[in-house]
Each structure stands twice: as structure tokens, then as C-alpha cells.
Design a protein around this ligand. Structure first.
Ligand code: AMP
Ligand code: MG
Length: 588
């Protein structure tokens, strides 16, 4: 338990300060207990009370209990007054124990000081006093607070005991929003090649989320917000990698016999003494190497008696031992900013001394469908209506990417409704994905609206399927206006939105991995644009879906990845190598 004291001469204001600290620290949500050292003449019990009668009759302890309070009284009957540590051991666990008096105990204290009380300051004579709370200005080599400045004194105490952290070196401020022109493409460009479009996104986007600090065990999947510099080496000390016997130096070829010394070195319980030259000691995996030991022989390789071990050499110098810091040295960068933390990363962070990690706030990605024809999946659909297939697909893809998916629902093809919904969304998400209405037609309100707000770039990307993509900024929030066709919306999400979201979330631009594999199909492809085909691997070859129609949702579901055909024209025959990206490469 954390302990902090208030000390001072009589009438210096100790109890008043205690009272204010208990109230303020409790108000901040910490649990507080107190210990007060009372004068010898002081007694909680009084003659005539039942408890008094129990005590005087000789009870060892008396528990006085009611519905509001319990007091436990123990009689010392002449034995020595117990030390503070014994009293603390009787308290239930709390965040902080504040102690009034006990000025000679070694815990840190603040001294209350009132000039009118007429005493000298005790602080300079006592190394355990960490600060002074006084009613006058004082010149001492310690922090001095105004006796009534409870807020600052509370901060000081909480920092001293480690209940609140020292001011974070990293700022938790949210970064500035993206600029309105960040998606602009050079004028006059008609069909932008995919790589150029990706490069534009890569270079213009920046992190849009703020930071926070979270306990290690909650950090998996989060994006690390600062380089993690090892606070401690791993391993911290040279230790043994096996159960066996430790001694100094190499052993030459042939039989070796070492006298065994008493004792052993185990993980967390090192051997304290020195092992004399020519002697061996029992060592257990993970144990620090005792003084005089730098080499270990495996237990299985030894014949063992009470007093000796024997084994066959040679054993190389430093066999079966680990050097201090051989894994990570103190001061090394253990994990880099932007890293999406994995379970293994948490092990590494723990090993080098971290109990909490600075991470970016989760990226909140809103998903909105547009179109008069859309109805909610599972509901009645009228003539000409279709079910909203994009929203469940996009929301779950966002969740798989590791972001916070926010369902913004559906809006009809109405400028007013869309404006309302976007305004509403911009306040609660960091980025918006819309689908549908992104072309230049009469009912394409997403692009029209972004164009009106002056922050639209209609990206005519040389990509199949995937046209059109409308990128814009709405109230400082980036909007990816995806095509309405589910296949096109899906491909654009994987190829463009995913790496972009990664940067917005504080991580790196993500390039998916691929395999070059033999085609199980043949196809003639025209030059001028990149194509993605729904594909899957079977028997070591990649097959593609029978139709390239962009509305064919069944093909998306059939596929397990995408085949990428480059911008150039190509005649593909069965067995030719083509580039295959499994969905897993996109984080799905
Ligand atoms: P749009 O881009 O709005 O012209 O839509 C292109 C095609 O995609 C149309 O056939 C739409 O009906 C269809 N579509 C748009 N949004 C969705 C959606 N959320 N779910 C399924 N199909 C959609
Ligand atoms: Mg539409």
C-alpha cells in the first residue's frame, strides 16, 4: 500500500491538512485510509461503557460494532507500542494511507507549518520530509506550498506516491484536421493510374487521431503512439538457459569432476555468495549466474552425488548461459511508433519494463449507404428495391482492419438528408466511407455535395472495377465516396481505403503481400487500366470467378482473394504466372 504522512508541531495545522487531503483525494476517486498517532493520555474508550468493562475484565481484543461503525481495540497491557508497519498491516487494502504524526517513521511526509505556532521548521533536520505546507513564504531546499492550496498539495502527494503519472512528454492533443485540398489531383488529369492515386494518398494523408495511455493488457491491436525505448535489458542479468550445474570457464575434452558447493541459484532467488574456482553449484533455468560462474553443463549430462558432479568434456566457455541484454539492451528501441501491437509485442513491452503503453485513440470509421432503392436487409423489399449489401460488408471489413466501425445507416438520394447525416457524422467519427452516389449523375449527391463544399476530388482512376471514387473533406473529416456496386466498393476499400485508414490511424501505409502463381484461366486484357479479378487458389493454381460483372455479390463471396492484372495489356494463358492477393493480405 502507498503511504504518505502529514507531520508538524502542535497547532501547525496537521489535522486540518489531513482533513482536506482525505476529502480531495477521495473526490478524485482514490480510496484513502488514515492512521493518527494520539497522545498517551488520549483514550477512545470511557469508564462505564460496556466495551470498557470488557477490556478491564481482561479481554485480549474488544470489537465494538454497530450498523454504522466498527472499532477494534487491542490492549497493549504494558508491551511496547507496535511499530507503524504492524498497524498498517491491519488495514484493508486501499490506494493510499495518510498518516498523521509518526514523524520518526521513514515514509515520506509533508510538514504543516504555521508561523503563529512559534516553532522552528522541522523539515531541514529530517530527510523524510518531501515538502512544506506553510502559511508564510519560506526559504528552504524543498517545495513549499501554501497551507490552504489543497489542489496543488494533493497533486504533489499523488505524484510522490505514484498514483498519478508525471506529466506525459507526449502531447495528447488531437492533430490538426486534414486540409481541404489534400485530395486534389493535378488539373487536366483524366484517368489516374492506380499507383499514382495511391502515391497521392500516401504522401498527403496524416494521422488524425489523438493519443492516450492504456494498460499493457488492453493494448493489443492498438497503434503504438511513440517509440518504445527499453527501460531495462532483457535478460536483465546473465542467467542460465537450462537446469544444470554452473562453474567458471571451459572444460577440455575428457572426464571432468567438480566438487559441489551447498546451495543453489534459482529464478528470482539468486545464490548470494561466490562460487570458488574449480567448484560447481546447482543452477535452475532463468537463475542469475552466481559470482564465479559463467558456464553451465546440462543436468542430463552429469553423474551426480551429494558432493560432486562428473561429466564428459568438452564444454565450451559460456555454454548454456544467456548474456545480459542479449535479447534487448536497455535504451534500444524495442518497438517503433506506428506499430499495430500484437500479443507478442505485449510480451516484449513487458519484458523491457512497461506496464502501460502510449497508443493512438482508435480510428472511428463511419459507414453510410446512399440510394433511394435501398432497404434494410431482412425487411420487406418493394418493386425496384434492393437490400443494402454494402453496409454490413464495409462495417465488418472495418472491424477486421482493427478500427472502430460506426454505423451511420442509410440515406435516400436527397441533398438535404445527406447533408444532415454528414454533419451529424463529422462530429462523431474520424473518417467516413459512403457507398453509392459518387458519380456525376443527377442522383449522385455524395459527389455533388462534396463539390459544393469545395473539397471534392473526383478520382477517375484507371481501375476495373472501381470507378468512380469521390474523395473529399467534409467539416475537416475525410470522406471516401465509394462506388455503389458492391464489387467495386469492396475492391476500392481494399486497394485505396485500407492503406489510407492505416495512415489516418497513426500507423504506416500498408502494402499487401502477394504470391505469383500459375493461372488456371486464360484471358486477354486491354492496356490502359488495372484490373482486379475475384479469385481463389485451388491445387496450386489460381482460378477466377466466371463473371466480371460488378454487381455480382456471389462472386465476392466465392472468392478468397484478388488477382491483379497490371496497367499494361496482356494475353494470359493457363499456367502463366499471375499476381494473387489472398484476402488475408488485406487484413480480412
Ligand atoms: P450508384 O453508385 O449509386 O449509382 O450505384 C451503383 C449500383 O450499385 C446501383 O445498381 C445500385 O443499386 C447499387 N448499390 C448502391 N448502393 C448499394 C448498396 N448499399 N448495396 C447494394 N447495392 C448497392
Ligand atoms: Mg445510387
Amino acid at each position: 500500500m502507498k503511504v504518505f504522512g502529514v507531520t508538524g508541531w502542535k497547532n501547525a495545522g496537521k489535522t486540518g491538512l489531513m482533513e482536506r487531503l482525505v476529502a480531495e483525494i477521495t473526490k478524485r476517486g482514490f480510496s484513502v485510509s488514515t492512521v493518527k498517532h494520539a497522545h498517551h493520555a488520549f483514550d477512545v474508550d470511557h469508564e462505564g461503557r460496556d466495551s470498557y468493562r470488557h477490556r478491564v475484565a481482561g479481554a485480549h481484543e474488544v470489537m465494538l460494532a454497530s450498523g454504522v461503525r466498527i472499532a477494534q481495540m487491542s490492549e497493549l497491557r504494558g508491551s511496547a507500542e507496535p511499530p507503524l508497519s504492524d498497524l498498517l498491516a491491519r488495514l484493508k487494502p486501499v490506494d493510499l494511507v495518510l498518516i498523521e504524526g509518526y514523524k520518526r517513521e521513514p515514509h515520506p511526509k509533508i510538514e504543516a507549518f504555521r508561523e503563529v505556532a512559534g516553532h522552528d521548521l522541522m523539515a531541514p533536520q529530517d530527510g523524510t520530509i518531501a515538502a512544506v505546507a506553510a502559511d508564510i513564504a519560506l526559504e528552504v531546499d524543498l517545495p513549499v506550498f501554501d497551507l490552504d492550496d489543497t489542489a496543488r498539495i494533493t497533486e504533489f502527494v499523488l505524484r510522490q506516491v505514484g498514483l498519478i503519472a508525471e506529466a506525459q512528454p507526449t502531447s495528447n492533443l488531437k492533430p490538426p484536421p486534414l486540409k481541404n485540398d489534400c485530395f486534389a489531383l493535378p488539373p487536366g488529369v483524366n484517368w489516374t493510374p492506380v499507383d499514382e492515386a495511391l502515391e497521392a494518398l500516401r504522401t498527403r494523408l496524416t494521422t488524425v487521431v489523438g493519443r492516450e495511455t492504456v494498460p499493457l493488457e488492453l493494448a493489443c491491436g492498438r497503434v503504438l503512439a511513440a517509440d518504445l525505448v527499453a527501460k531495462r535489458s532483457n535478460p536483465p542479468l546473465p542467467n542460465t538457459a537450462v537446469d544444470g550445474y554452473g562453474f567458471a570457464g571451459a572444460v577440455p575434452e575428457g572426464e571432468a569432476v567438480f566438487p559441489l558447493i551447498a546451495g543453489r541459484s534459482a529464478a528470482g532467488v539468486p545464490y548470494q555468495g561466490r562460487v570458488p574456482d574449480g567448484h560447481a553449484i546447482r543452477v535452475l533455468t532463468g537463475a542469475a549466474l552466481p559470482d564465479g560462474v559463467d558456464t553451465v553443463v546440462l543436468e542430463e549430462d552429469c553423474a551426480i552425488s551429494e558432493t560432486q558432479i562428473a561429466f564428459n568434456g568438452p564444454v565450451k566457455h559460456k555454454s548454456n548461459t544467456r548474456k545480459a541484454g542479449e535479447d534487448v539492451a536497455e535504451g534500444d528501441i524495442a518497438l517503433s511508433k506506428g506499430r499495430v501491437l500484437t500479443p507478442a509485442d505485449l510480451a516484449l513491452a513487458a519484458a523491457v519494463g512497461f506496464g502501460e503503453l502510449p497508443v493512438f485513440l482508435p480510428l472511428r470509421v463511419g459507414v453510410l449507404s446512399t440510394g433511394d432503392e435501398l432497404v434494410e436487409p431482412g425487411q420487406e423489399a418493394g418493386v425496384g428495391q434492393i437490400f443494402d449489401a454494402n453496409r454490413p460488408m464495409l462495417l465488418s471489413a472495418i472491424a477486421r482492419f482493427g478500427y472502430k466501425a460506426v454505423d451511420l445507416g442509410r440515406v435516400a438520394d436527397s441533398r438535404v438528408a445527406l447533408t444532415d447525416q454528414l454533419k451529424n457524422a463529422a462530429a462523431k467519427v474520424d473518417v467516413i466511407l459512403t457507398s453509392g452516389g459518387a458519380s456525376a449523375g443527377d442522383e449522385d449527391h455524395v459527389s455533388a455535395l462534396l463539390r459544393e463544399s469545395g473539397a471534392l476530388a473526383e478520382w477517375r482512376i484507371a481501375l476495373k472495377p472501381g470507378r468512380p471514387l469521390a474523395l473529399g473533406i467534409w467539416d475537416g473529416v475525410p470522406v471516401f465516396g465509394l462506388p455503389g456496386n458492391p464489387v467495386a466498393a469492396f475492391v476500392c476499400t481494399l486497394i485505396f481505403a485500407r492503406p489510407a485508414l492505416s495512415v489516418l490511424a497513426g500507423s504506416d501505409w500498408r502494402v499487401p503481400d502477394y504470391f505469383d502463381v500459375p493461372a488456371a484461366f486464360s484471358k486477354r486484357k486491354k492496356p490502359g487500366r488495372r484490373e482486379y479479378l475475384r479469385a481463389r487458389m485451388r491445387g496450386g493454381r489460381v482460378e477466377v470467378f466466371k463473371s466480371e460483372g460488378s454487381g455480382r455479390v456471389s462472386g465476392l463471396s466465392w472468392a478468397e482473394g484478388l488477382v491483379e492484372l497490371g496497367d499494361e495489356g496482356r494475353e494470359i494463358s493457363e499456367g502463366d504466372l499471375v499476381r494473387f492477393y489472398p484476402y488475408g493480405s488485406f487484413g480480412l
